[in-house]
Design a protein around this ligand. Sequence first.
Ligand code: IDP
Ligand code: MG
Length: 160
Amino acid sequence: MADQVTLVIIKPDALRRGLAGHILSRLEQLGLEMVGAKVLSVSRALAEEHYRHLRDKPFFEELLQHVQGKLHGVGYVLAFVLSGPEAIRRVREVTGATHPEQADPLSLRGSVGRMTTQGWMENLLHASENEAEARREIALWFRPDELRRPVVPRRSPARR
Ligand code: IDP
Ligand code: MG
């Protein structure tokens, strides 16, 4: 099994509900290497770039508010870079499908994710979908000197 790297973001809805430890302990059971970890406030620019594939969706504005913590009164997220055999697939499996009600009941989103009565999707965490997205996302969220070892090609300064 080839080693992969993946980006995990524990989103403000999870932090608001005190679920960071629960999520991390499920992820920890995968036995992946932690290459990077940090707490940060998400700028609108970072949120827009991260979710650029969804910019035409009707829920895009809500999504930006959500990841910035504006819906939950939590102004930060936790971000991790994890590495190991089939890391992307295995982290997505523990994470579960996007919609909490469609996610495997034993997955994180299926067991503790929810739709709120306001209609917000509280699916707790982000996990990269494929290798190209993982590389793009890791370069977006982490500077090279924030990673214990290089996992993505260096960005040119002009792109920062
Ligand atoms: P993923 O997080 O499972 O990869 P994506 O389709 O990449 O799912 O969507 C990114 C995020 O956008 C989701 O995690 C969720 O927070 C939000 N999102 C996706 N679809 C909807 C929707 O139909 N309504 C509200 N929010 C959504
Ligand atoms: Mg996605």
